[in-house]
Design a binder for this molecule. Structure first.
Ligand code: FAD
Length: 518
């Protein structure tokens, strides 16, 4: 046996005895041979949601994928331990998905943030190799030095590559390029058995597709090869306002049907004054829109479409002209159409401005009972009504994001779950709706948070009923039965993949899907 492996086995044995002891005698940091475990800190049991706080028994800060492999090889070979392991990227989950109660958290940011960029000769052949623990903002900064950038994004860039690829990774570019998981060429994964595997659509493809959208269940992504495109210098960023939901969604669908002209499409439901301004922190800076949210005893709701055009998109054409032509086809409130030109970097990094603003007001590090749902087009109107019945405009703090996605941009082999269409013929258009609400403890204490969580459950339950046929995104379901309902016809495939790549259910216990077995 390799001496490093032997040394690790002996030393992890001590770790396990330490973990199993009723009075855990862990010192910090703990030198277990080639693996260096750390005592847990407050942040090991913390995530963006601030709803679940499961504390691990130890933290590993690996310097290489080999260390992750050594740990998992040992745990999967030892028959007496029930220790679980969670990879933690940026910890921006909502419900403890990157936590491991009494287990080991692997902090992925300790891996060297190696990013290498390869410029291909032909269009569509450039890519970046990036560590699973790197943040998307780091990849953006590095790739821009070569005039390149990933094609598909999340709204917020301080998320890890491995974390978003374990879910999906969606934003306003998804209608055009698919989610981030549709823009990966290759992965290095350490499976729950400790095997280090390089996989792609043609090499160990079952693991490749299992890991993409796989909620961390099958392996830990230590490297991803991400497709790049030429980066534009500038972006034309446009916002248009609506007072009617049907017109709003019709115009969103019009925009996603123009992928040759439009590069990004999102939108918001605005239930109150606060939501109007929080969606406008970055732009427009001078909004001359003062809608009445309450008139004649009734609450009124407004809507905003946000779209963008890259400056290289229309060669020899004035981008301003293109925006005007697109606007003519739209049916927004005539005087409420705003556009601005910003750098590509600032556009992609726009949520950072929101973060800075919220942090300065003490509103970032608060509980976030978020709800994200994929809703079939046929159910979007009913879902919107359901949502508004469960939102009180007087106390709603946060944002409601809503925009269309196209089903054929998703690879059906990946583990990500989309709505079936509720028994109807599968529709090409579906919507993502994100109810991104904050529970400021100053105005919403423990009881109020529990009430918001109850309302979140109620909306999710009604929306996943076949009448609407929605599926949750980024959710933690409370029981295996509910996970089975979530996966629907894909449950058997998910279980078979788990048996193949993590048979003892060591990985990602914070998702609450599979109990650890011996
Ligand atoms: P973590 O919370 O650290 O981990 C999430 C899950 O992935 C856990 O189960 C963990 O064990 C697993 N995991 C982490 N790293 C790895 C790895 N290397 N290999 C295998 N498994 C791993 N999502 C979108 O799609 N679009 C958005 O626009 C978007 N915006 C967001 C904005 C904010 C402010 C926040 C807080 C979240 C947003 N999200 C968005 C959600 C986000 O994509 C997910 O929460 C994602 O999991 C966060 O990545 P992370 O690195 O923080 O993951």
């Amino acid at each position: 046996m390799d001496s490093a492996l032997f040394c690790t086995r002996v030393n992890i044995l001590f770790l396990l005895i330490a973990l199993c002891s009723p009075c855990k005698f862990i010192q910090s940091p703990m030198d277990f041979g080639p693996l260096n475990f750390h005592q847990t800190t407050d942040t090991s049991s913390l995530d963006f949601g601030r709803i679940v706080f499961d504390s691990p028994s130890a933290v590993l800060r690996p310097q290489s994928p080999k260390e992750i492999s050594l740990l998992l090889s040992f745990l999967s070979a030892s028959s007496f331990s029930k220790v679980t392991v969670a990879a933690k990227g940026a910890g921006h989950s909502i419900d403890g998905q990157a936590q491991a109660l009494d287990g080991i958290v692997i902090e992925m940011d300790s891996l060297p943030p190696a990013i290498s960029i390869h410029r291909g000769r032909e269009s569509g052949s450039s890519y970046a190799d990036v560590s699973g623990g790197a943040l998307w903002i780091e990849l953006l900064r590095e790739s821009l030095r070569f005039g390149l950038a990933p094609r598909s994004w999340t709204d917020y860039l301080y998320l890890s590559v491995g974390g978003t690829l374990s879910n999906g990774g969606i934003s306003g570019q998804t209608f055009k390029h698919g989610p981030q998981i549709s823009n990966v060429l290759q992965l290095d994964v350490v499976t729950g058995k400790g095997e280090q595997v390089t996989c792609s659509p043609t090499e160990s493809s079952e693991l490749f597709f299992a890991a993409l959208g796989g909620l961390g269940q099958f392996g830990i992504i230590t490297r991803a090869r991400i497709l790049l495109q030429d980066a534009p210098q500038k972006v034309k960023w446009v916002r248009a306002f609506y007072d009617d939901f049907e017109t709003f969604t019709k115009d969103q669908e019009l925009l996603v049907a123009m992928p040759d002209a439009v590069d990004y499409v999102e939108g918001f439901i605005l239930p109150n004054e606060q939501s109007l301004h929080s969606s406008s922190v970055a732009f427009p800076s001078h909004l001359e829109f003062t809608p009445e949210f309450h008139s004649n005893g009734n609450d009124r709701v407004y809507h905003c479409i946000e779209f963008a055009i890259h400056d290289y998109q229309v060669e020899n054409t004035d981008v301003e002209q293109v925006v005007t032509e697109i606007s003519r086809k739209m049916s927004h409130i005539p005087s409420h159409f705003y556009s601005v030109e910003v750098s590509y970097f600032d556009f992609l990094n726009r949520v950072r401005m929101e973060e800075i603003s919220l942090r300065s007001r003490g509103l970032w590090e608060v509980p976030h009972p978020w709800l994200n749902m994929f809703v079939p087009k046929s159910g979007i109107r009913e879902f919107k009504d359901l949502l508004l019945d469960n939102i009180s405009p007087t106390d709603f703090e946060g944002l409601v994001l809503i925009y269309p996605l196209l089903r054929d941009k998703w690879n059906a082999n990946s583990s990500a779950v989309l709505p079936d269409g509720g028994g109807r013929a599968e529709e090409q258009v579906m919507y993502i709706v994100g109810v991104l609400r904050s529970a400021n403890p100053a105005t919403c204490a423990a009881q109020c948070l529990q009430d918001l969580l109850r309302r979140r459950r109620r909306v999710a339950k009604v929306a996943t009923d076949p009448r609407i046929g929605a599926k949750q995104y980024l959710a933690r379901h409370p029981s295996q039965g509910q996970w089975q309902d979530h996966f629907g016809r894909h449950w058997d495939r998910f279980v078979a993949r788990k048996a193949q790549f993590d048979p003892l259910s060591i990985l990602a216990p914070g998702q609450g899907i599979f109990p650890r077995t011996y």
